[in-house]
Design a protein around this ligand. Structure first.
Ligand SMILES: Cc1ncc(COP(=O)(O)O)c(C=O)c1O
Length: 492
């Protein structure tokens, strides 16, 4: 039975049992315990169609996708313009070897991103096929950059605890998630981790009226301890994903990191894999924080996930270092690093069909001002969340930026006591799904409901989302024994 996957057949012609069996027996879902599917009552969710912010499963049930794929379908589903651009490119020329060659769409996209990226103008763009590869490439780029400049001993990195930067070994090393790292050690040496900046649960200043930036001081201390001349890069997410949409405690946080990097020669990498392409209300997240990093990593929203693509964008001065000549009498590692440019490549980096998708996606973003939309509708959604859930006994914090919002769930609002009950969170996710909502109840730190929809989500869809959240979180409250409180009395 091979016809089950033919995309040009009507979705009701798909053989659901065949697909389900394939999932049970052969497919390997990411970060998923496949043994769960031995239970015949547990059916995998098989999505077959999408339009705007709505998805339909194989049985015809509709869902609002509050996760935008995986924080990534920024322009929404059903964008004919992107599909046509991909089809036209595939028909004309599906592939060009990126090792010394380039396709027209890759060159055009590099030119446009080079101008748009907040890196001081004329940035150089190295394409990958996803976010982990973008981070991996940025880390290697930083290390080779320092070797070219005569500092081969700059090999350490600084990132933050609970950070998520991907799953390949280099990217995993800068991750700050213990469970994700644990099975794979030893990881890349030199990866050091500072505390995150988390206003609601800050160990230094959660009770102070404003962030004291002690979290930043910890980065400075770590740099001092590791030796500034040994650190290649500091990599940060603009709004930290794992733990639930955590912006820095102070708007000055990234500016202070910038200054530290200027003072020490460390490269600053903003990992915008989620936060770029409109998510925070600006095309690039670094613009939102008014900071110019040395490198920006991006993926996901770059094509709104119509095709796999990622990129590292480098400040001109950083990229130009790779053209330094290998003059005589250089130490061997420096001479080697100066030969042949960036010593790194990927067969699918900058795939022409993906770049064609990215150009069409960028046109849509700019013509429809999707970043502006994320700002406006993000504020609407946030206001609605605060009005409806702001006093809920199981809602500790509502936070985030643009259309990347988190609702931290607690057992006790007064004491901020958390609950780390994955079964309860799985139940919550299931309840929400049954009510027509796909989203993530993040369990990688303190439990947080994440709202990260396509940037085209409507006000009516936001209202529907908030109503479902109110209902399901109130039900969660019943299970946690908080029913009967002011909120429950008012809303039930
Ligand atoms: C900030 C960040 N960096 C890197 C990655 C890895 O991207 P990918 O899953 O495309 O490899 C992710 C994925 O969610 C991410 O959020």
């Amino acid at each position: 039975m091979t016809s089950a996957y033919l995309a040009d057949r009507p979705t009701d012609a798909i053989d659901a049992q065949y697909v389900e069996d394939a999932v049970r027996d052969n497919a390997w879902l990411h970060f998923t315990q496949m043994a769960d599917y031995r239970d015949p009552d547990k059916r995998p969710l098989m999505i077959v169609r999408g339009e705007g912010s709505t998805l339909w499963d194989i049985d015809g049930n509709a869902y609002l996708d509050l996760l935008a794929g995986i924080y990534s379908v920024n322009a929404g589903y059903g964008r004919r313009r992107i599909v046509d651009a991909m089809a036209a490119q595939a028909a004309q020329l599906p592939y060009v070897n990126p090792f010394g060659y380039i396709s027209v769409p890759a060159a055009v996209l590099a030119d446009r991103l080079g101008d748009l990226a907040p890196l001081g103008g004329d940035a150089r763009v190295f394409f990958t096929s996803g976010g982990s590869e973008a981070v991996e490439s940025a880390l290697k780029l930083a290390k080779q950059y320092h070797t070219i400049n005569g500092f081969p001993h700059r090999w350490k990195t600084i990132s933050r605890r609970v950070a998520y930067h991907g799953t390949t070994m280099g990217a995993l090393s800068v991750n700050g998630l213990t469970d994700a790292r644990a099975p794979f050690g030893p990881l890349a040496p030199g990866a050091r981790h500072a505390p995150m900046s988390h206003r609601y649960r800050c160990p230094y200043c959660q009770d102070a009226s404003a962030c004291t930036l002690t979290c930043y001081d910890e980065i400075e201390r770590l740099v001092e301890f590791e030796g500034p001349h040994q650190v290649a890069a500091i990599i940060l997410e603009p709004v930290q994903n794992a733990g639930g949409c955590i912006p820095p405690g102070s708007p000055d946080y990234f500016k202070k990191v910038r200054k530290l990097c200027d003072d020490t020669g460390i490269l600053m990498i903003m990992d915008e894999v989620i936060c770029g392409f409109g998510r925070l209300g600006t095309l690039f997240a670094s613009e939102y924080y008014d900071v110019v990093p040395d490198l920006i990593t991006t993926a996901k929203g770059i094509t709104s996930s119509y095709a796999p693509l990622g990129a590292v964008m480098a400040r001109k001065g950083v990229a130009d270092a790779f053209a330094e000549p290998a003059t005589e009498n250089l130490p061997a590692p420096v001479a080697a690093a100066r030969k042949g440019g960036f010593q790194h490549g990927l067969t699918f980096g900058g795939h022409p069909v993906s770049c064609a998708a990215a150009i069409a996606n960028l046109d849509i973003m700019l013509e429809e001002d999707l970043p502006g939309r994320a700002r406006e509708i993000g504020q609407y959604l946030r206001d609605a969340l605060e009005a409806t859930l702001g006093n809920h006994p199981n809602v500790g914090d509502i936070r985030g930026v643009g259309l990347f919002l988190g609702v931290e769930l607690v057992a006790d609002r007064g004491t901020k006591e958390t609950f780390r009950d994955n079964a309860l969170l799985a139940w919550l996710t299931d309840q929400m799904r049954q009510s027509g909502l796909i989203l993530r109840n993040d369990s990688r730190n303190d439990p947080t409901t994440q709202l990260c929809p396509p940037l085209v989500i409507t006000r009516e869809e936001c209202d529907r989302t908030v109503a479902i959240l109110d209902e399901t979180i109130t039900e969660l409250g019943r299970q946690l024994g908080t029913v009967g409180t002011r909120h429950a009395a008012a809303s039930v």
